[in-house]
Design a protein around this ligand. Structure first.
Ligand SMILES: Nc1nc2c(c(=O)[nH]1)N[C@H]1C(S)=C(S)[C@@H](COP(=O)(O)OP(=O)(O)OC[C@H]3O[C@@H](n4cnc5c(=O)[nH]c(N)nc54)[C@H](O)[C@@H]3O)O[C@H]1N2
Ligand SMILES: Nc1nc2c(c(=O)[nH]1)N[C@H]1C(S)=C(S)[C@@H](COP(=O)(O)OP(=O)(O)OC[C@H]3O[C@@H](n4cnc5c(=O)[nH]c(N)nc54)[C@H](O)[C@@H]3O)O[C@H]1N2
Ligand code: SF4
Ligand SMILES: [Mo]
Length: 758
């Protein structure tokens, strides 16, 4: 354990607090021992009574307390001065930040401000609830987020298939007999868009019950090692594999639409498309033999409870949208979608996915990146183009440049391709505000940094993670430690910053949000309860300015809610009274009722996908990659969380982990061995890394983890920069190469040259 109670006198008041872990999607249940007198956490253990995680935790269960205690974490706002960073009061900080951004917006227009909205925001319910207001108020076309390095291809595919790009299907992992995983490594990542803590044990019990598991990945990953079968696949070629998979399904007549048969269009179009890709045709490009492919199709089509799950290895590659779409359609046309033991849907207590007849189009191309002309997709410009967009000089008078920047919990200088250009760009904007808890490689360029209080100091609810979980659950985390009396939660910072920006009291903005939420909730319920009024909801919500009041009305209106006294059901207090967590039974089929498409139909084939087929065919005809190059992919490791846990001693001690993993024969060819240094060169530049040799890599494919490259001395994370700074693989990723339908970065399958460093 990281903390002992050796320094605590016996008379101190020690409490036990239960909450969920805020560090990754798994949201494991924790039991914390807290010294009330010293206001500190003494120990963190898994909660054996948590119905989802059952006591399981990983090494990062301690992470949030380490971050809380990290002396480098910001506890007060800071502004940059000639003499370095200077702590300032909240009043000064919010006024400075708000007026700075406001001045730019007034002088140069709303699109002169850019926003980068990073991953840790997803772990904070208050932030989530106020995000829409932030986006709508600032309303810039220059909005960037790691979705473009993550799940955006899945969002695009899902929106077109089922009408809602957020309503992700998840593997019903505990009830399946065949688990096929493509481009995900849940044993290490702890499962993404999966919502199942302790994937390794779940795979073990699948095996024990006669099930079978397969991983398709250019690396024999930790997940592959826990599964029955592993197939190496050349990076970026999953779409070919999946088309050939469909080809074989149709050739054998194994398509089966089941309960969806009356609701599906386009089966013939799909069959026609797949007819062009025989297992023989794609074997060379994918590296998977026709026998292996046919064997897998047979096993899959003859297993009732089977599923194909895919994650970011299928998104952040050359054909991210096609591959993600094809995974869904393979599940759909073989009867493995929305059924027990297959890919299924959560029904979150907060009610985001309740049935509606409202249909919204996929938002795409309403505006474009000024620098590259690339179209917006679901409100986002490609993160890979953030550097170019910052470097863009505008027209002759300099109009239309980015003049101001706001980042929230992000580190794009490391997490996004061509981070060097992003850093330069940030140095050149007129004013940059960061809402962040660290001075990292990105926020070090800010003029003012506004640090929210820490997760231990406020409550939380797993708002996002419960929308794609393999168990329907609601988890509310109490405040663990007394907060800094001057501190603000992130939602409060966002709201007060907006107030300053608009010159409107933030209370007015909050009232506006309250009215909007109340009328939205009332409208949703009025179909079944015509007597419900906005006023009633507003009264129920109360006037106390807490994010919890919004959460409470969502839960009350949600599928398990009490509908404001009209049904027997939950409210927030009931979840708290139940010890912070409630579950609502296993996942249930939802289709067609929950579809948000025209006439509740699933159209399998859309122009958005077909338009990318010529690019796919060109790859098949001409070869996807230049001859003689190595293909670089990424790798997640258990003690990392993207770029931000490298300042914690427990997570960086031991050997250097930012190493280039390569096959022994490739190492021999390059003339390197374990521990030797190698130069990795791409069109974008070169970095040096230490070599680790292992036959877990496919030949010709090499792997470097992301999130490293703590090489800038102005970042104030002493350990991260001091010990193993590592190299940033995003300095190698080509910022011009994108998955065309979604604008997602291609971080897997980057062409590189290697040479031994003398
Ligand atoms: N090459 C390559 N690049 C990748 C990926 C990859 O697989 N390969 N993965 C991509 C993916 S999936 C993601 S999600 C992104 C992540 O990329 P980012 O969204 O940029 O996230 P991080 O790099 O983790 O940086 C998060 C920052 O948030 C701050 N932070 C942490 N907790 C809090 C908090 O509670 N409040 C606030 N305000 N700040 C906080 C920390 O200071 C940290 O610097 O990286 C992407 N980049
Ligand atoms: N320890 C740890 N856990 C994390 C994170 C972390 O940084 N560290 N980050 C979190 C975040 S933000 C996210 S989004 C999730 C991501 O969760 P996962 O998607 O599970 O992430 P990865 O471990 O990167 O798995 C991607 C896999 O795709 C493989 N791959 C690469 N290219 C291809 C390809 O072309 N085809 C196929 N079939 N496979 C390919 C890689 O070898 C790798 O095994 O993890 C989360 N959990
Ligand atoms: S798996 Fe994720 S949620 Fe569970 S303890 Fe580890 S970091 Fe926390
Ligand atoms: Mo992510």
């Amino acid at each position: 354990m990281p903390n002992t109670n050796a320094n605590t006198s016996n008379s101190n008041h020690i409490d036990t607090v239960k909450r969920s872990c805020p560090t990754c999607e798994a949201s494991c249940g924790l039991v914390l021992e807290v010294d009330r007198d010293e206001n500190r956490v003494l120990s963190i253990k898994g909660n054996p009574d948590d119905p989802r995680s059952k006591g399981y935790v990983c090494a990062k269960s301690q992470a949030f307390n380490y971050v809380y205690e990290d002396p480098d974490r910001l506890r007060a706002p800071v502004k940059k001065t000639k003499d370095g960073w200077q702590e300032i009061s909240w009043e000064e900080a919010l006024s400075l930040a708000g007026k700075g951004l406001r001045g730019i917006r007034e002088q140069y227009g709303k699109d002169s401000l850019a926003i980068y909205y990073g991953e840790p925001n997803g772990h904070n319910a208050g932030t989530n609830l106020y995000t829409q207001m932030l986006m709508e108020t600032i309303n810039t076309e220059r909005f960037f987020a790691p979705a473009n390095l993550d799940q955006l291809p899945q969002e695009v595919a899902l929106h077109l298939l089922i009408g809602d790009g957020w309503h992700y299907p998840v593997p019903d992992i505990d009830r399946t007999d065949l688990f096929i995983c493509m481009g995900g490594n849940p044993v290490v990542s702890q499962g993404s868009l999966m919502g199942a803590p302790d994937v390794k044990s779940r795979l073990k019990s699948l095996n024990k019950n006669g099930g079978y598991s397969v991983v398709i990945d250019p690396r024999r990953t930790e997940t592959a090692q826990a599964c029955d079968q592993h197939l190496f696949i050349t990076p970026g070629t999953d779409a070919y594999f999946l088309l050939a998979f469909l080809h074989e399904v149709f050739a054998q007549g194994w398509q089966k639409l089941g309960h969806l048969s009356e609701h599906i269009d386009g089966l013939d179009d799909l069959r026609e498309l797949a007819a062009n890709y025989s297992p023989e045709l794609v074997a060379d490009i994918t590296g998977i033999s026709p026998e292996d492919l046919r064997g897998l199709v047979k096993r899959y089509c003859s297993t009732e409870k089977a599923l194909i799950y895919s994650r970011i290895g299928l998104c952040t590659q050359k054909f991210g949208t096609l591959a993600s779409w094809l995974v869904y359609v393979v599940n759909i046309v073989t009867g493995h979608f929305d059924r027990e033991g297959c890919m299924m849907f959560s029904r979150p207590a907060s009610g985001q996915f309740e049935p509606t007849d409202e249909v919204t189009p996929l938002l795409r191309g309403r505006f474009h990146a000024r620098s590259t002309g690339f179209p917006e997709v679901r409100g986002l410009l490609p993160a890979s183009h953030l550097g170019k967009e910052l470097a863009y000089q505008g027209d002759e008078e300099g109009n239309d440049r980015i003049r101001g920047m706001l980042t929230l919990a992000g580190n794009p200088v490391i997490s996004v391709p061509n981070g060097k250009l992003i850093r330069e760009g940030l140095q050149n904007v007129d004013f940059y505000v960061a809402i962040d808890i660290y001075i990292n490689e990105t926020t070090s360029q800010a003029d003012v940094i506004l640090p929210p209080i820490h997760q231990l100091e406020h409550t939380n609810y797993d708002l996002l993670w419960s929308t794609f979980s393999s168990t329907n659950f609601a988890a509310f985390s109490p405040q663990v430690l007394k907060p800094d009396p001057n501190g603000l939660q992130q939602w409060e910072i966002m709201l007060q910053l907006l107030g300053e920006m608009l010159g409107t009291p933030w209370q007015v903005l909050d009232d506006f949000m309250a009215d909007g939420m109340a009328s939205q909730v009332a409208a949703g319920l009025q179909k079944n309860y015509p007597d419900i009024s906005t006023e009633e909801i507003k009264t129920a919500m109360g006037e106390e300015r807490r994010y919890e009041r919004y959460l409470d009305i969502m839960l009350r209106a949600g599928p398990y809610g009490d509908k404001f006294g009209r049904e027997t059901g939950i409210d927030l207090q009931q979840i708290i009274d139940a010890g912070g967590i409630m579950t609502f039974g296993p996942l249930k089929p939802q289709m067609p009722e929950f579809l948000r498409t025209e006439n509740k139909r699933i159209r399998l084939v859309h122009d958005c996908f077909l338009e990318d087929i010529p690019r796919l065919n060109q790859g098949l005809a001409e070869g996807l990659y230049a001859k003689g190059k190595f293909l670089l992919i990424g790798r997640r490791q258990i003690r990392d969380m993207n770029s931000w846990l490298h300042n914690i001693h427990a997570y960086i001690k031991g050997k250097n982990r930012c190493t280039l993993l390569m096959h022994p024969e490739d190492a021999q060819q390059v003339g390197v061995s374990c521990g030797k240094q190698v130069t990795i060169k791409s069109r974008m530049g070169e970095v040096v890394a230490e070599v680790t040799v292992s036959d877990e890599m496919m030949r010709g494919v090499v792997s470097l983890p992301h999130g490293w490259g703590h090489i800038y001395s102005d970042s104030q994370q002493a350990l991260a920069t001091g010990r193993y700074p590592g190299s940033s693989c995003n300095d190698l990723v080509d910022d011009d190469q994108l998955d065309i339908p979604s604008g997602t970065s291609i971080v897997n399958g980057v062409e590189v040259e290697l040479s031994a460093l003398a």
